[in-house]
Design a binder for this molecule. Structure first.
Ligand code: F6P
Length: 319
């Protein structure tokens, strides 16, 4: 390995900047040349690539978003696009690339590794939907944002004795809803991984009401459908008015938590070390505190296991 490039791709997430900083400074520590690609795979094709030094990543560890920006790039899906991308790296002597992003970004990295560029993936997404890592960079911050929002909602819901549906992100994964639901004491957590019946949800709310509970938070992952529809159905079943809050992209912004910054710092450094050790086509992650590198092919073809134990705990505690 002589020279490494780094890019961020797909939906941004808090902690991506900390990961970029870690990759750049770790690579410089090992006396490698480092390049940054602007706007993900699109920048590889348009040759928007610049050399980085220690100062290029100063004052970014605390910032949300990504200084390298990100884009969804159709041209990169074509073989011609991938060939141009690999060529733009090679002409600068860059033989290795760290891709920070989610599932789709990993697939892009895989394509380039098949064209002879050594690649490493870092899990940058709020969704926590990537297999072979317990946590993704940005997830912890997104969960904190949701918990904070529910704290606020709770105040007003309690005052008015109201019920509220809160829709959170996560694409096809229920982890944001699960972790935020457990941490905020939501009465109901609806996730795509666990089948549910809204009639039972409504029935449970009535039982809780008879037991003295005068408000209810129903936390729904976007993967189960629109919060608005869920609120309407529950409202009709219980003959009450149910309010809806869709947290949306608020969940993807703001300063990363220390957990995300530390995870990003460890993974960025680990990716550089794996490349130096001769690895390629791997996705880095953390499992039970251990840093691991797993074949990208395996990672993108494996569905992340849902934590049923945590889900059942949340259910038991929210009566
Ligand atoms: O993957 C991150 C994510 O925020 C998902 O939770 C959500 O479904 C999607 O991206 C939203 O995408 P966009 O920012 O393109 O609207």
């Amino acid at each position: 390995v002589k020279s490494i490039a780094v890019l961020t791709s797909g939906g941004d997430s808090q902690g991506m900047n900390a990961a970029v900083r870690s990759v750049v400074r770790s690579a410089l520590f090992h006396n490698l040349d480092v390049y940054a690609v602007q706007r993900g795979f699109q920048g590889l094709i348009t040759d928007d690539i610049r050399q980085m030094d220690l100062r290029s990543v100063g004052d970014i560890i605390q910032r949300g978003g990504t200084i390298l920006q990100t884009a969804r790039c159709k041209e990169f899906l074509t073989e011609e696009g991938q060939r141009i991308a690999a060529e733009n790296l090679r002409k600068r002597g860059v033989d290795s690339l760290v891709v920070i992003g989610g599932d789709g970004s990993y697939q892009g990295a895989n394509k380039l590794s098949k064209l002879g560029i050594r690649t490493m993936g870092l899990p940058g997404t709020i969704d926590n939907d990537i297999a072979f890592t317990d946590f993704t960079i940005g997830f912890d911050t997104a969960v904190s944002i949701v918990v904070d929002a529910i704290n606020k909602l709770r105040d007003t819901m309690t005052s008015h004795e109201r019920s509220s549906v809160v829709e959170v992100m996560g694409r096809h994964c229920g982890d944001i809803a699960l972790y935020a639901g457990l941490a905020s004491g939501a009465e109901t957590i609806l996730v795509p991984e666990v089948p549910f019946d809204l009639k039972e949800v409504a029935e449970r709310m009535r039982e809780n009401f008879h037991n003295g509970k005068r408000h209810s938070i129903i936390l729904t992952a976007e993967g189960v459908g629109k919060g608005e529809d869920i609120a309407r159905t529950i409202g009709e079943l219980n003959d009450i008015e149910v309010r809806v809050t869709v947290l949306g992209h608020i969940q993807r912004g703001g300063t990363p938590t220390h957990n995300d910054r530390i995870l990003a710092s460890k993974l960025g450094d680990f990716a550089v070390r794996r490349l130096l050790a001769g690895d390629s086509g791997k996705a880095c992650g953390v499992i039970k505190g251990e840093l691991v590198a797993t074949d990208i092919d395996l990672v993108v073809n494996t569905k992340k296991e849902f934590n049923m134990e945590l889900y059942n705990l949340a259910l038991r505690l929210s009566q």
